[in-house]
Design a protein around this ligand. Structure first.
Ligand code: GRF
Length: 196
């Protein structure tokens, strides 16, 4: 199964996928393409180091969202990708893009959906809100992407305990280490091997 990984930042989830393929935790899978909407994203460096084609494509390079959508669809289809993995991708994808790949886009979200998700809940904000609310357990969710924000069917979740001394930054790191980097590769392996 060829996959495209869409990123915006540091790419630690991308790295977890690269490592899981290298170690055999993910089988029958090849990352054919990494696309970043941020030019200097470290994720592109990680792709390069792993010998994977990385491209910088931003909606800002297009006259409108639809032109961006059509070009992204073409690039991903031309690369033969059967699954699109949003790994810290901060662009809200146009509906035409989501429709073109129905049931073929997955996302990792750093909370236990339906808590702390939806519009405006991304990055550190998610963990700030979890700490503000005083939850004792949070976690991460892998889900299919539909036309809503974090509303698609849930594939996998993993819980992580919150500690009294947590800051949003500390909690973000623990959620990544204990949940995101585990369940995202797992979901890809499950899809590649037809367990989902
Ligand atoms: C992760 O917390 C992911 O859940 C969220 O954005 C962050 C991306 O981190 N959507 P990285 O770029 O994979 O390091």
């Amino acid at each position: 199964m060829k996959i495209a990984v869409l990123v915006s930042g540091g790419g630690t989830n991308l790295q977890a996928i690269i490592d899981a393929i290298a170690s055999g935790k993910i089988t029958n899978t090849e990352i054919a393409l990494v696309i970043s909407n941020k030019e200097g994203a470290y994720a592109l460096e990680r792709a390069k180091n792993a010998g994977i084609e990385g491209r910088f494509i931003s909606p800002k390079q297009y006259t409108d969202k639809e032109a961006y959508s059509q070009d992204m669809i073409k690039i991903i289809k031309d690369a033969g990708c059967e699954l699109i993995v949003l790994a810290g991708f901060l662009v809200v994808l146009p509906e035409s893009f989501v429709n073109a790949f129905e049931g073929k886009i997955i996302n990792i979200h750093p909370s236990l959906i339906p808590s702390f998700c939806g519009d405006g809940f991304y990055g550190l904000k998610v963990h700030e809100k979890a700490l503000e609310r005083g939850v004792k357990v949070t976690g991460a969710t892998v889900h299919y992407v539909d036309s809503g924000t974090d509303t698609g069917p849930i594939i996998n979740q993993k819980a992580v305990y919150v500690k009294p001394s947590d800051t949003p930054e500390i909690l973000q790191k623990r959620v990544m280490e204990e949940a995101e980097w585990i369940i995202l590769p797992q979901a890809i392996d499950d899809i590649a091997n037809h367990r989902i």
